[in-house]
Ligand binder design. Structure first.
Ligand SMILES: Nc1ncnc2c1ncn2[C@@H]1O[C@H](COP(=O)(O)OP(=O)(O)OP(=O)(O)O)[C@@H](O)[C@H]1O
Ligand SMILES: [Mg+2]
Length: 385
């Protein structure tokens, strides 16, 4: 390709993932255009151009395609059918919209895992109350997880429900859903899989995630994960099989559960950079964002090894906070070596809104936990009037 490149990358969505994807492309002098309805979106600060338009606006997506050499997306909730048309017309779109179509609907996604015999939580697809009740009885636990088939994100559209409430009519189904067996006490992991058009694969070191039980958001994570070598291999194999099964080209975050009895299950796949990979910016030789840029630009895959054990803490708006905001211990945090503060350029704070994240690096895992706990305690926001 040669540097500098005169290639233009088009990104559908201008949130923090788009922003960080663009930041990682800067060493190579490519141009980036994002499509987003808000001209002041997080990525607007770093994009060469913001095409203002909705993510379901087929004409705007076509306009973006006309302005760029390669198209990608940083969010799943977009007009996929126009992307399928564009791909058929010869436009390069990474990952393929065929893969997006498969993953956009959690029902179809679960069907894909079953078809490939990839281990996943037992489930039923339901459209009404009677089917929901039947599914509860058939799954056999005291609780189930009800997941909207389409439109959910950041744990929205996912509910853990007592079967008793479903059977006695206290809980009503809101939308066509996947109903899953609820595993008490699962540990949660992610494998980020990068795969280029030649079929070369690099996975990032296994990531262990902790979720906030109220908001269902990733609260913090670290890598390497504390898990046996045997289970780690199982996680990697499952993630790679899932991505190879749909011939995925791009970057895929594969969320996995390890159950209390040691079963490894695939939960879901995001066909884009993911919150579970933010620590890779400072923690790995190649970040998830750089890796996707390499794939978009047809450059060799980068080495994904950890430089140091890494943790990531999400900076999320607390209940009751709205409007202008400031990180309470900004200066103190900035003074700690191996602590990297990222802010997403969001104008206003809201409860449960992802405002930024902090990466923490340390020489060994014990030190890392200590340091990450300390940073977590210092990571609150104050409202500024
Ligand atoms: N079958 C299950 N058993 C136990 N816990 C589950 C199960 N399914 C989901 N959960 C919990 O709910 C969380 C959110 O579920 P899931 O990842 O399917 O939804 P999501 O809305 O796509 O989330 P996100 O966008 O944040 O990744 C999981 O990370 C896990 O903590
Ligand atoms: Mg998830």
């Amino acid at each position: 390709m040669g540097f500098p490149s005169n290639k233009v990358i088009g990104i559908i969505g201008g949130g923090q993932l788009g922003k960080m994807l663009i930041e990682a492309s800067r060493p190579w002098n490519v141009k980036n255009i994002v499509l987003e309805s808000d001209p002041n979106c997080p990525a607007s600060l770093v994009a060469d151009e913001v095409l203002v338009g909705g993510l379901y606006d087929a004409d705007k997506i076509r306009e973006l395609a006309g302005k760029c050499d390669v198209l990608t997306f940083e969010i799943e909730h977009i007009h996929v059918d126009v992307l399928l048309e564009l791909e058929a017309e010869g436009k390069q779109i990474i990952p393929s919209p065929k893969v997006l179509k498969l993953l956009q609907d959690k029902g179809i996604q679960k069907g894909y895992y079953s078809q490939l015999e990839l281990a996943t939580a037992p489930y039923f697809l339901v459209e009404n109350q009677a089917e929901l009740q039947q599914a509860c009885k058939a799954l056999g636990g005291s609780k189930v997880v009800v997941k909207n088939r389409v439109g959910g994100y950041d744990g929205k559209g996912v509910e853990i429900v007592e079967c008793a409430d479903i059977l006695n009519g206290a809980y009503n189904l809101k939308a066509a859903s996947v109903v899953e067996y609820f595993y008490e006490g699962v540990s949660e992991f992610a494998v980020i899989v990068s795969r280029n058009a030649n079929g070369d694969i690099q996975t990032f070191p296994l990531i262990e995630m902790f979720f906030n039980s109220q908001s269902n958001l990733v609260e913090f994570l670290f890598s390497p994960a504390r898990i046996s070598h045997e289970l780690e291999i199982k996680c990697n194999q499952l993630a790679i099989a899932a991505v190879e099964g749909f011939n995925g080209v791009g970057l895929f975050a594969v969320e996995l559960f390890v159950t209390a009895t040691g079963e490894v299950l695939i939960n879901e796949i995001a066909p884009r950079p993911h919150n579970s990979g933010h620590h890779t910016i400072e923690g790995c030789y190649t970040s998830q964002f750089e890796q996707l840029n390499r794939i978009l630009l047809d450059l060799p895959l980068g080495n994904t090894s950890l430089v140091q054990p890494a943790a990531m803490i999400n900076l999320v708006g607390a209940e009751g906070l709205t409007g202008a905001y400031q990180l309470k211990y900004e200066n103190e945090l900035m003074e700690i070596p191996g602590v990297y503060v990222h802010m997403y350029n969001k104008k206003e704070i809201r409860p449960n809104r992802k405002m930024g994240h902090i990466t923490v690096l340390a020489n060994d895992l014990n030190l890392l936990f200590e340091k990450a706990e300390k940073v977590k305690d210092m990571s609150g926001f104050a409202q500024v009037d």
